[in-house]
Design a binder for this molecule. Structure first.
Ligand code: GLN
Length: 482
């Protein structure tokens, strides 16, 4: 069996028994990527030389020693491109430093290998907003991998990587993980440093792992958390060894089913898979409780005011002066900005900048931005109330399995609705996971479905524990695309 099919946990064993070396893993991955990336399109670039050099000196006695991790192309890795899926940064920017998450992974012994495609500046749900190429779903190459971390999920789901990092602002780790049949975890806001992650919406963004198993998710999370002097929003709290409590089971856990989430319009294959998963958790000893999150209906609208507002501010730095694309057209300073930005950004990014600038402008600020901030507080309070009664909240990760390429990306509103189940966790800052829970059939194809579990702030341990208990009682995580 190719080493690319393995998990972090299994490679660790084989490395420590000296059966294989980190160089074997890198060589195997590079061969797999060369063979399969042309059709899947997960990777934008792979610096083979750097990876081989790092493999040679990797310390396999460390927890992640010699394990290659693929990286979404909005997280800085020294000496490598960091395009954010945008023409703005392609060929004009090389990362001069490591993001804190990369530094921590390296301290754990891991080596970054490969840059992964994504929706431009992480704006999208299909990866079709990338200006740099198409990424396909490994389960059906005519379909999208989800987004914005579509490169991360497709390479893990398609076994072109061992594990990957993604970023999640409104669901971009969990939704593509669901669509590609892998595990995606968004940590509590403030758990993981955002230093070195190119900012989309700073009050919502979090980096997290996309892996083949829940155990691997815990293994990676162990090397991502912690207070960082370079990100003042990181929380100064200790964190457990997330692999420790994994096997404690779900007996006695109370799991809330929000009545607002189980409504019409969902794909029947998704409803059926999630209903079966719910019964499975019950049979494992969890107690299911109907709960209400009354402000659910405001979620998507609130997000699509706040995220563009923050994006419009964060993307102001792309001005053709400091770094990235610069127009060749001669003109005064204002023309310089306008031409640079018109040429460098794609349509979805421009749409968000326009929306964001509009809702922040005087005269509209109170009506939109301020109101959305108030709605955000109400959404957070909904969760606080429900978490007095339950330990976790369960829903599907996405309302439908992977769409055909080109089928929803042309309709932004339809695309925004892909996020109904995931964005509330970002608005409320909560940890959440997507774990494979079966398949929905479409046109004779089996398309992965994800189960979404949301936990209390800083309670990733319970989220992981329940996801692990469910995963181990099923064999969905062992299914592989042909
Ligand atoms: N799909 C959402 C958006 O387009 C979420 C993106 C994300 O989480 N980065 O904004």
């Amino acid at each position: 069996m190719s080493l690319s099919n393995e998990t972090i946990a299994s490679l660790r064993q084989r490395l420590s028994s000296k059966e294989i070396t980190p160089t074997d893993i890198v060589n195997d991955l590079v061969m797999t990527i060369e063979a399969r990336n042309p059709e899947v399109g997960s990777y934008l670039t792979v610096d083979v030389e750097a990876a081989l050099a790092e493999a040679k000196t990797a310390d396999v006695s460390k927890p992640l020693g010699g394990i290659p991790i693929a990286i979404k192309d909005n997280i800085n890795v020294t000496g490598q491109p960091c395009t954010c899926g945008s023409k703005f940064l392609q060929g004009t920017y090389t990362a001069p430093y490591d993001a804190t998450s990369i530094q921590l992974l390296r301290e754990g012994g891991a080596l970054p290998l490969g840059r992964l495609n994504m929706d431009e500046f992480a704006m999208g749900s299909t990866t079709e907003n990338s200006a740099l190429g198409v990424t396909r779903n490994p389960w059906d190459l005519s379909r999208v991998p989800g987004g914005s971390s579509g490169g991360s999920a497709s390479c893990v789901g398609g076994h072109l990587a061992i594990a990957a990092l993604g970023s999640d602002t409104g669901g971009s780790i969990r939704q593509p993980a669901a669509l590609c049949g892998c595990v995606g975890l968004k940590p509590t806001y403030g758990r993981v440093s955002r230093y070195g992650l190119v900012a989309f919406a700073s009050s919502l963004d979090q980096i997290g792992p996309i892996t083949k198993t829940v155990e691997d998710s815990a293994l990676l999370l162990n090397h991502l958390c912690g207070k960082d002097a370079r990100d003042s929003t990181t929380l100064d709290v200790s964190f457990p060894d997330f692999t420790k409590g994994l096997k404690d089971g779900v007996k006695g856990l109370r799991i809330g089913l929000p009545k607002e989430y189980f409504i019409e319009g969902m794909h029947p294959g998704v409803s059926a898979a999630v209903a079966a998963a719910t019964r499975q958790l019950e049979s494992l000893g969890a107690e299911l409780v109907e709960v209400s999150l009354p402000h659910t209906a405001c979620g998507v609208a609130t997000y699509y005011i706040l995220a563009p507002a923050e994006a419009s501010a964060n993307l102001a730095r792309f001005d053709g002066v400091r770094y990235g694309h610069r127009t060749a057209i001669q003109g005064d300073l204002l023309e310089h900005y306008m031409n640079t930005r018109a040429e460098g950004f794609g349509p979805e990014v421009k749409r968000r900048i326009l929306l964001g600038t509009y809702v922040l402008s005087s005269g509209y600020y109170d009506a939109y931005y301020l109101k959305a901030q108030r709605a955000r507080t109400l959404i957070r309070m909904d969760f606080e109330k429900v978490f007095e009664k339950v330990d976790l909240i369960l829903s599907p990760t996405a309302p439908s399995p992977a769409h055909k390429l080109g089928s929803i990306s042309k309709d932004p509103l339809k695309m925004y609705l892909e996020d109904v189940f995931t964005i509330a966790a970002n608005l409320a800052g909560l940890p959440a996971i997507s774990v494979p829970c079966g398949f929905a059939e479409e046109e004779g194809k089996r398309l992965p479905v994800g189960l979404h579990l949301v936990g209390r702030p800083l309670d990733e341990a319970t989220v992981l524990r329940a996801a692990y208990a469910y995963e181990q009682s099923t064999d969905w995580h062992q299914a592989r695309p042909e």
